[in-house]
Design a binder for this molecule. Structure first.
Ligand SMILES: [Zn+2]
Length: 245
């Protein structure tokens, strides 16, 4: 199956996270960057089009698409090995929202689809939905793809998780050295860094996270995947170190 997979990292004019670069090199899967300079759904459509036109004729069967700001976790490896025509890894959306999860669902952050799924509909494969006056978004491009694929009889299946690199601001929380608060930039108490003249109407309250154990630097300390998906991106948990301290 390995040599039948073509990976495309959706670049959005930014390089992949260094962890994703390391993972891709380690897996030795064939990969390339997408074209930059397009809107999110257009960029994905162009990647699918190129895969069908150029990679399928030379023997590739699966397109593996990964967003450039993803950080692989141990179960991300399943996206290479699990059987299935349409599989994906669950991830956190912008500012810590859980966007898409579970089976019969789909997320375009990290997914693998067989060529026959992509040949069964489209273009477009991806499309952002907006209200008629285009003042707000009605659905994301993953939702559009999921609905079109389901119409053709293909359900997505979640096979693992993947981390999402996001900028956030940590602050001390009280006197406890193991507690901290996390603030999204949009919830900065003074508003946007380059504040507009309009007052902010909503403020995100900082929230307290559970204590994070200090990672042991010895090589025996093995990173373990947390069982609670909601905390994956923010705080990888470290197994108790077996070495004598
Ligand atoms: Zn989505």
């Amino acid at each position: 199956m390995w040599d039948k997979i073509q990976c495309v990292i959706q670049t959005y004019n930014q390089p992949a996270t260094k962890e994703l670069q390391q993972w891709i090199a380690w897996t030795k899967v064939d990969w390339r960057y997408s074209e930059g300079g397009y809107e999110i759904d257009v960029a994905k459509n162009r990647s699918v089009m190129k895969f069908l036109a150029e990679d399928v004729p030379r023997g590739k069967e699966y397109l593996l698409m990964i967003a450039n700001d993803m950080v692989p976790m141990p179960t991300t490896f399943n996206i290479l090995t699990e059987p299935g025509d349409l599989i994906y890894c669950q991830s956190m959306g912008n500012e810590g929202r859980l966007d898409h999860h579970g089976d019969k669902n789909f997320s375009a952050a990290c997914w693998r689809g067989h060529a026959k799924v992509l040949q069964s509909f489209g273009p477009p494969w991806f499309r952002m939905g907006h209200t008629g006056d285009r003042t707000s978004q009605t659905y994301c491009d993953c939702g559009y793809f999921k609905d079109r694929a389901q119409e053709q009889g293909y359900d997505g299946r979640q096979v693992g998780i993947i981390g999402h690199e996001q900028r956030c601001i940590l602050t001390p929380h009280g006197e406890d050295i193991q507690k901290w608060s996390m603030i999204w930039p949009s919830g900065w108490p003074l508003g946007d860094v380059f504040a507009s003249t309009q007052p902010k109407t909503t403020a995100t309250q900082p929230f307290v996270t559970p204590a994070v154990p200090t990672p042991c630097p010895c090589p025996k300390a093995v990173a373990q995947e947390p069982t609670t998906p909601a905390v994956v991106a923010a705080q990888p948990q470290i197994a108790p170190c077996p070495c004598p301290k």
